[in-house]
Design a protein around this ligand. Structure first.
Ligand SMILES: Nc1ncnc2c1ncn2[C@@H]1O[C@H](COP(=O)(O)OP(=O)(O)O)[C@@H](O)[C@H]1O
Ligand SMILES: Cc1ncc(COP(=O)(O)O)c(N)n1
Length: 284
């Protein structure tokens, strides 16, 4: 696959920021984002929104960060370090979403602004634990999605946000049209949960053209952090100045390789694994 150009040693690399929750098991959230950013050659900055008590079996606790502390992390990084793109993951509450939207307007993050924004609208963990309060759905729909350069829901999130149940290509297209009409510049409807398909088809739409990426489906239970990995790889590519379709092409190759080399961990679902970038092939 084609990789992003690395910075020469000693020179400042491209920077990107993840605005997300932590996963103590290291599989999803901030850990997944920083792993992908580092291995893609990008300096990752962090605004933590929530601390989760989480392992490979599930989430047993959540501690949310005060909204002004979330906004402060974003403001202090953008005004000093500078970032080429940002992504959001788990945001926990409506007040945190509102604080992010306000500071994004202040520092120039979002569609039609200098810093593109990938919105991964995380609502629940793969184990079914709620990661976004029900009361936050209005802020997500009415405030965050309208400033997204690209919004990247999985099929469960599509159903919660739009009310559309995706079962085939027609309903996937209808969902992309609805998400775009909510104000996102691009809508990416991920097909990882479309288990009836031999592929894992992701559909990208900008109000005019549909781009469908049909990569092979890999048969594994170890896909924890796949959505975060795709969104943070897109964020890295956007930080490098790639277009949204090219960022998706890079990110889709990246996540497919990372799912191919995912590994067992604990007693539940292991993580997708971008460490393929730095690992040795198995001896013959
Ligand atoms: N088993 C799989 N094989 C190949 N690609 C997959 C598989 N599962 C998910 N993907 C891809 O990983 C990315 C994340 O997808 P998805 O599982 O839909 O989101 P999430 O992790 O947010 O639930 C998408 O690009 C999707 O197509
Ligand atoms: C902190 C945090 N962020 C995001 C996810 C979603 O990832 P997954 O769908 O693989 O559980 C998660 N479980 N935890």
């Amino acid at each position: 696959m084609k990789l992003l150009p690395p910075a020469p040693l000693g020179q400042t690399p491209v920077r990107a920021m993840t605005i997300a929750g932590t996963d103590s098991g290291g599989g999803a959230g901030v850990a997944a984002d920083l792993r992908t950013m580092a291995l893609a050659g990008v300096h990752g900055c962090v605004a933590v929104t929530a601390v989760t008590v989480q392992n490979t079996l599930g989430v047993s606790g959540v501690h949310t960060i005060p909204p002004e502390t979330v906004a402060g992390q974003i403001r202090t990084v953008v005004t000093d370090i500078g970032i080429g793109a940002a992504k959001t993951g788990m945001l926990a509450t409506g007040a945190i979403i509102d604080a992010i939207v306000d500071v994004a307007a202040e520092v120039g993050i979002g569609r039609d602004r200098p810093i593109p924004l990938v919105v991964d609208p995380v609502c629940a963990s793969m184990h079914g634990h709620q990661l976004l309060a029900t009361e936050a759905m209005d802020s997500l729909r009415e405030r965050l999605i309208p400033i997204a350069t690209v919004v990247t829901p999985n099929l469960d999130e599509v159903a919660l946000i739009t009310g559309i149940t995706v079962v085939d290509q027609d309903s996937q297209r209808a969902a992309a049209i609805e998400l775009h009409s909510m104000g996102a510049q691009w809508a990416l409807v991920k097909g990882g949960h479309l288990r009836s398909s031999p592929f894992s088809p992701d559909l990208l739409y900008d109000g005019e053209t549909f781009l469908e990426l049909d990569h092979e489906r890999i048969d594994t239970p170890h896909d924890h952090g796949a959505g975060d990995t795709l969104a943070s790889a897109m964020c890295c590519a956007l930080a490098h100045g790639l277009s949204v379709p090219d960022a998706l092409r890079f990110a889709k190759d990246w996540v497919t390789e990372s799912i191919r080399w995912s590994y067992p961990l604990g007693a539940g679902h292991g993580p997708v694994n971008p460490l393929w970038r730095v690992s040795e092939p198995l001896p013959d």
